[in-house]
Design a protein around this ligand. Structure first.
Ligand SMILES: NC(=O)C1=CN([C@@H]2O[C@H](COP(=O)(O)OP(=O)(O)OC[C@H]3O[C@@H](n4cnc5c(N)ncnc54)[C@H](OP(=O)(O)O)[C@@H]3O)[C@@H](O)[C@H]2O)[C@@H](O)CC1
Ligand SMILES: [K+]
Length: 215
């Protein structure tokens, strides 16, 4: 079953109000995404994984993935597309502050896209269901970098620049090898399998009762 982005936000908010906090949803989303990624690339040990994260909760999912991948021995670099004080949500901030205590994960922020390694995997945690309009900097440069780099590419929730509701693309968008969306498939995502690559919808523990009156 496919649902709308509005329904997703309503379900998320109802789950949060029931006490299944967005912070828990984010944790389960990141963990499920890592499971699918590792199923594909096998051993993460000493693999160079570059994670681009936006300032919203799509980025938050990417921050959770960073922590889990470090636990599997990957060499993780997080590129925050903005300054840490501009991170939008409590649940995303929470995950950033954990990473700040983890020397095993390299944290970068700002807009220089200079890296001293070739990534084996790039994770696109730039934009998800909160996308609005044409892509602004520094997200645009990050999307171009991802498209120009030859490696395995994984999209958190939806390839950035693809509208998960309409299936339309903004002026630029990532083309990925795998996409993991959360809770249920959103209507627009399956329209562009050429951008999503292998596509999965993973449950993240939201109580089914959170859908009552919405689906
Ligand atoms: N639903 C669920 O159950 C769960 C959802 N989860 C995750 O949350 C994600 C939704 O998070 P979200 O609402 O924070 O929006 P998100 O996609 O991060 O983008 C907002 C940021 O992007 C920016 N921005 C927007 N458009 C832009 C543009 N054109 N060009 C440049 N920037 C642009 C915007 O900036 P602003 O417009 O505010 O200035 C803001 O900073 C969802 O995709 C999933 O991954 C999981 O945690 C699990 C549970
Ligand atoms: K994304």
């Amino acid at each position: 079953m496919e649902i709308t982005v509005d329904q997703m936000y309503n379900i998320e908010n109802k789950g949060h109000d029931m006490g299944f906090l967005k912070k828990f949803m984010m944790e389960n989303a990141g963990a499920a995404a890592v499971r699918r990624l590792l199923e594909k690339i096998g051993n993460a040990e000493s693999k160079n994984i570059l994670i681009f994260v936006g300032l919203g909760n799509n980025g938050g999912d990417g921050l959770v993935m960073a922590r889990h991948l470090a636990g599997y021995g990957a060499k993780v670099t997080v590129m925050l597309l903005g300054s840490p004080d501009k991170i939008k949500t409590e649940e995303s901030n929470w995950n950033w502050s954990i990473l700040e205590k983890m020397p095993s994960v390299k944290l970068m922020s700002g807009d220089s896209l200079e890296f001293n390694f070739k990534p084996d995997v790039i994770i696109d945690g730039i934009l998800g269901t909160g996308i609005t309009g044409e892509i602004r900097e520094p997200y645009a440069s990050a999307i171009n970098y991802i498209n120009e780099t030859d490696c395995y590419k994984f999209a958190v929730d939806v390839p950035s620049g693809l509208d998960p509701q309409t299936g339309e693309t903004a002026n630029i968008f990532t083309k990925c090898n795998m996409t993991v969306t959360f809770h249920k498939m959103k209507e627009g995502i399956p329209k562009r399998k050429d951008l999503t690559g292998e596509l999965y919808a993973e449950k993240i523990g939201i109580p089914p009762e959170a859908e009552e009156g919405i689906l």
